[in-house]
Each structure stands twice: as C-alpha cells, then as structure tokens.
Design a protein around this ligand. Sequence first.
Ligand SMILES: Cc1cc2nc3c(=O)[nH]c(=O)nc-3n(C[C@H](O)[C@H](O)[C@H](O)COP(=O)(O)OP(=O)(O)OC[C@H]3O[C@@H](n4cnc5c(N)ncnc54)[C@H](O)[C@@H]3O)c2cc1C
Length: 391
Amino acid sequence: MYDVIIVGAGPAGSTAAKHTAENGLDTIILEKQKLPRKKPCAGLVSQRALNNLEVEIPESLIKRRCYGTRVIYKKHVLESKLDSQVGIQVSRSEFDYYLVQQAANAGAKVLDNTLVNSVYEDKDYISINTNEGLFKSRFLIGADGVNSVCSRYISGVESGKKAFSLNSDVPVSVEYINSRYSDLTEVDFGIVKNGYFWAFPKDIHISVGMGIFGNTSKSKPLNAYKANIKNKGFDYKKPQGHFIPIGGYKRKICSSRILLAGDAAGFVDAFLGEGVPYAIMSGKIAANTIIETFKDNNFSDDKLSDYVKKCDDAFKENLKYSLIFSKLFYRFPSIFATMLTNNKTMLDHALLVVKGESGYKQFVRWLVPRFPYYIMKILKNRSIHRLRSNN
Ligand SMILES: Cc1cc2nc3c(=O)[nH]c(=O)nc-3n(C[C@H](O)[C@H](O)[C@H](O)COP(=O)(O)OP(=O)(O)OC[C@H]3O[C@@H](n4cnc5c(N)ncnc54)[C@H](O)[C@@H]3O)c2cc1C
C-alpha cells in the first residue's frame, strides 16, 4: 500500500508528488498517457506560476521570454510592456515532462500508460482500478485534469462549468516572429463572442488558439477560427478542441482521503483560462496537507478539510474576482474591450495581474471608481467619430 497515489502527471500532479516524495512519503504517479505526453496549451507560464514552482526552469526549455502584450478589439490596438518578465513561453510537453522528472528525482515512482478507470474510498484506504491492475493507498490526490475521474467520484460531476478552446501550433519563420511579436503575446477580443483569440510566439512556431467562456452555440468556433487564421495571414492547421474549467465557482474538492488539485478542482482563471499557477499552488498545498496528517499521525475523517481553507487563503479571491470580471467583460465587450484597447494605464494594470504582481480584486477595485470617467471618454470619442463621418 502506498502513502499517496497521485492521478495525473500534469503540473498539479508532479508538484504534489515532488513534495510528498521529498518528505519521505511512499508516492506514485499514475498517468494514462505515455510520457512525455502531448499537452495542448498556449504555453505561457506566467511569473505567478514560476514564483510558486520552487524549481529552476532550464534555459533550454524557454522558447521565448514574454514582457508584454498587444491587445486588439476591432479597429483598436494597444500594446503594453513591462520592464520585467511577465512569463515564459514553453512547449507544455517539455515543461510538464521536466516537472515529472523532478518528482521522480525526489523519489516518486512514475507509471505512465496507466489509465485510472475508477476509485473507491474505504474507511482506511483508497482502491484505484487501472488498466494495469488494482492499486491501494492511504491518500489520493486527483490531479487528472478537466475530465477528472476523481472529481466525478467525490462530487458526482466532472469539474463543473467549462470553457471551450481550439488550439494549434502554426510553424512560421523566426524572422516573422521576431518582427511581428518579439517578446509580446497577442490577444484579440473582437473575433468571437464570449472569448478571445490568442497568438503566443515560441521559437519556430506560434500557438494560435481561441477560448470561449460562455455559450458556444452562437459562436460557430471553428468558422471564426478559420476566418481569423486567414485574416492574420497564418497557414491553416487543423486545431484541436479542448475544455478548460471555468474557475471561481464553488466545487467539492476533498473527501476524507481524496484531494483534488489543478484543473480537476476547477482552479483556473475565468477570464483568460490560465491554469498552470493554480495547478502548481494547489498541488503543493495538497501535498503539504497530507504530509501534515502523517506528521501528526492524525488520520481522522476531517483532517483533510483544512485543504479547502488553505486553497481559499492562497487564491480563492483571485479566482472569484476573475469570474466577476470575466462575466462583465464578455457580457459588455464593446465597453470593456474598447476601454482596454484605448487606455494604457488600464492595460498596464491588467498585465500586472497576469504577471501575478497584482490580482483581479485589486484590478476590479482600481477600475470601479475610474469607470464613469473612462465610459465618458469612450462615449465622447464615439460622438466625435460619428460627427466626423456625418460631415
Ligand atoms: C488550449 C489551452 C490553452 C491553455 N493555455 C494556457 C496557458 O497559456 N497558460 C496557463 O497557465 N494555462 C493554460 N491552459 C490551462 C492549463 O493547461 C491547465 O490549467 C493546466 O494544464 C492544469 O494542470 P493539471 O496538472 O491540473 O492538469 P493537466 O495538465 O491537464 O494534467 C492532467 C493529467 O492527468 C492525466 N489523466 C487524465 N485522466 C486520467 C486518468 N483517468 N488516469 C490517469 N491519468 C489521467 C492526463 O493525461 C494529464 O497528463 C490552457 C488550456 C488549454 C486547453
């Protein structure tokens, strides 16, 4: 019997495994895919994520450093750049594999090609049924992503509300990337209802994708994606569709012996779909919660419930406010996206939120008193445009 079984070798699972193994717990990761596995992702690992990682990322894994962004809404375009790094651009397959290797170096066993079909919680242990047979452990961390088997077991549903995304890596020349993007990401809020289109430059390709955070029935995502690829002058490469949990909603994330981390727990920014920082943070908190139960030799039923409070303290507020902002922004894009693409101070502040130097709560609180003035400016500009075009 293992002390801890971790389902899933993404950033949440590997971070958790590294910590439990380092602290002497007999740990195994069960991963359904062959490692290194493919992970569809825009590939921006923000400074917020790196600050929580406690692992130095080797230069060879960094495809590009990101210092800023270019935001587009219809005819409006605005850029913002910080003096310090907002994050790094990586290939998620390489980045995630590096994290799994760190967990293995710390002493965790890693079993790939092992699909967890079901889990069952007994009074003193967990049984895990896989294609490789039955495993047992004292505790389990469900880090098995957006379609989590573990989440379905403890809450009866998968990880709740989800966004839909399309993504592909489009090969382009280095010269093109350097001249058009350099160290900027590009996001366009004028392409699809309830979401945005991204172009995140790497070394020899660009991750091009689209996330939709509301109803997709009127969005015709694939048509919008194809049209925009053409408009932006990229070669069309068939995108893959994926779901991303929408964070900020209340979800059941623990039982007596199971903790959910990362996407399985729904820990994702509801405005942009950024999940790596919260996967890392929750993986670490889950591991520490289990390490403490072993240290205290306290295996009582409610011991793991501390996990909820610790996650709340670490990032609940940020996810809650990302959801509030997301709902407002995508409901009224002609107001908010126009503001963001015309107001450098606002965009600078938004970039600090992505970097992790500020949070959504601070951002929303900063915006509220300025909102009437910013709205007046937009309306004034619109009347001037109207007058000019009538003359
Ligand atoms: C298109 C797209 C773009 C994104 N872009 C960004 C971005 O730029 N920056 C960012 O921060 N976030 C981004 N995200 C979100 C980010 O990818 C996730 O939030 C993050 O990967 C969550 O990490 P995780 O460890 O919880 O889950 P995952 O990384 O999804 O890992 C879960 C692992 O569990 C394994 N697994 C699943 N089910 C089972 C099972 N039954 N048995 C065994 N193993 C199983 C999977 O194979 C997988 O390896 C993006 C997501 C998508 C879909």
